[in-house]
Design a protein around this ligand. Structure first.
Ligand SMILES: [Zn+2]
Length: 472
């Protein structure tokens, strides 16, 4: 929809100055090595896959040994399981290493901090607790600067370049909490304009659009659904005031129908990124938008079946991630609670970084039908949203195996036909023994983190029970 009359990105004379002078000077002042890391990472991403996987495996062995030798938690867990990290030679050995769950993290965080890091100041990342369990992960400054560089490398895959303006549709801008230094840094270095997702009403979106008209951003960044809502707002107004070089969707699963609207409105491809507070960046799409490249310098990703064995290429499974850089509080075989599809494809972009085919959403968001079939909440909401006329927003809540609530935001053309289609879809998808009710609301509210949840299942599935039993 971005028309030729749209104001495109341009006239940003400060960007090359930030890139060449302000950012390096600021990094020297902060004594931060992140720009040096970034230069190295730009090169290593194009190494052959076997070189990258070899280095990743060595980093994995190193962090396992460190966890075993320097934390009481992993020492106990590995001994109980009969695992000696010095003898880790193959994926089969790795599968014997116990999984780490959110419950473990909540129960014994102190025992997971490595001995050399006890008593020194550490950063803390908290998760929002959207699946009912809020956890905290500590990390040191060295890890923070490495992560900063790894995130910037993936930012650049969107075609944005360091120093260029950013528009962020995000909750709780971090710079505000850092006082005047944070504000100065934002003006001179990060150059981000924020739309707070927790106050995202029409007038806030209009003000945001007006600001971006005056100072067009090179990158639009945000939660998938918030980007979609903003794109839809601009489409209704018939005026898209800027056209970014890149768009990064992060922190939530990006639905295909959201991607279509965002790309159509801005005339720019969306770069889908996957990460979490606990380990930061996990994977990100490159310019080819065909699968997500694993951030192999920072994490080791496994996709496993319900019985704990590795999923094959093309198969869906639970995501398990080991953080390769956080030595302060090692995160070893952490079960994030998400599902993804594995692949051993290589990408045509020339990067040797391995791929994840698709991120499928949270395990807790899977609906389990009365016959035991698992249906991804993402595909369900996508399917319903496409087929039901007049549906603006939908949240599916599975209360029990046979009871559902559909929270629906109606558009002008929502009517009897919409309800008939809904009835038909419910019978097709879940069978005749299922009861449901419709709850018509003005808005589906985001969670405190600013993220939206479109499918909530209160029924456990094979992956949720395996995750907890393996870890006990
Ligand atoms: Zn690629």
């Amino acid at each position: 929809m971005a028309s030729p009359n749209s104001i495109s990105f341009g006239g940003d004379i400060l960007a090359p100055i930030v890139r060449a002078a302000i950012a390096p000077a600021w990094a020297r002042w902060e004594r931060s090595p992140y720009l040096k890391h970034l230069r190295a990472l730009r090169n290593t991403q194009f190494q052959p896959r076997d070189v990258i996987l070899g280095a990743q495996w060595e980093a994995l062995r190193k962090i396992l040994l460190h966890g075993y030798e320097q934390t009481t938690y992993y020492r106990e867990r590995f001994d109980e399981a009969g695992v000696n990290p010095r003898e880790l030679d193959s994926v089969d050995d790795l599968l014997r290493v116990p999984l780490l769950t959110k419950a473990d993290l909540r129960e014994r965080p102190g025992a997971m901090v490595a001995l050399p890091f006890r008593g020194i100041p550490l950063h803390v990342n908290k998760t929002s607790g959207s699946t009912g369990v809020s956890v905290q992960v500590k990390y040191d400054e060295i890890t923070g600067q490495l992560r900063r560089a790894m995130t910037l490398r993936s930012d650049e895959w969107s075609r944005w370049r360091l120093g260029e303006r950013v528009a962020a549709v995000w909750g709780n801008p971090e710079y505000v909490q850092r006082g005047w230094r944070g504000r100065l840094r934002n003006v001179l270095l990060e150059r981000a304009t924020y739309l707070d997702t927790l106050k995202m009403d029409e007038s806030a979106m209009r003000r945001f659009a007006d600001t971006l008209r005056r100072r067009p951003p090179s990158l639009l960044f945000g939660h998938a659904h918030s980007l979609y809502l903003f794109a839809r707002f601009l489409r209704f107004g018939g005026d898209v005031p800027f056209r970014p070089k890149g768009i990064i969707s992060s922190a939530m699963v990006l639905h295909d129908w959201e991607r279509e609207v965002i790309e159509d409105v801005f005339g720019t491809p969306v770069t889908n990124r996957y990460g979490c507070e606990e380990v930061s960046l996990i994977a990100c799409e490159c310019e080819q938008h065909n699968g997500l490249h694993v951030n192999a310098d920072g994490v080791f990703v496994e996709i496993i079946r319900a019985d704990g064995s590795p999923a094959q290429s093309g198969e869906r499974g639970a995501v398990v991630v080991t953080d390769l850089v956080n030595y302060a509080m090692p995160m070893i075989r952490y079960q994030i609670g998400d599902m993804a599809t594995a692949t051993d494809r290589e990408c045509g972009c020339g990067r040797g970084l391995p791929l994840i085919e698709r991120v499928e959403g949270r395990i807790a968001d899977y609906v389990v039908t009365p016959t035991g079939e698992m249906i991804s909440g993402i595909s369900l909401t996508e399917n319903f949203a496409m087929l039901i006329p007049g549906l603006v927003q939908l949240q599916i809540v599975q209360e029990t195996a046979s009871q559902f609530v559909f929270r629906i935001v109606r558009g002008a053309d929502f009517g009897d036909e919409s309800l008939q289609v809904l009835e038909k879809l419910v019978r097709e998808r879940f069978g005749c023994g299922v009861e449901y009710e419709c709850d018509f609301v003005d808005r589906i509210l985001p969670e405190p983190s600013g993220k939206y949840r479109f499918c909530v299942s209160k029924v456990p599935n094979p992956f949720s029970s395996v995750a907890s039993s393996v870890s006990k």
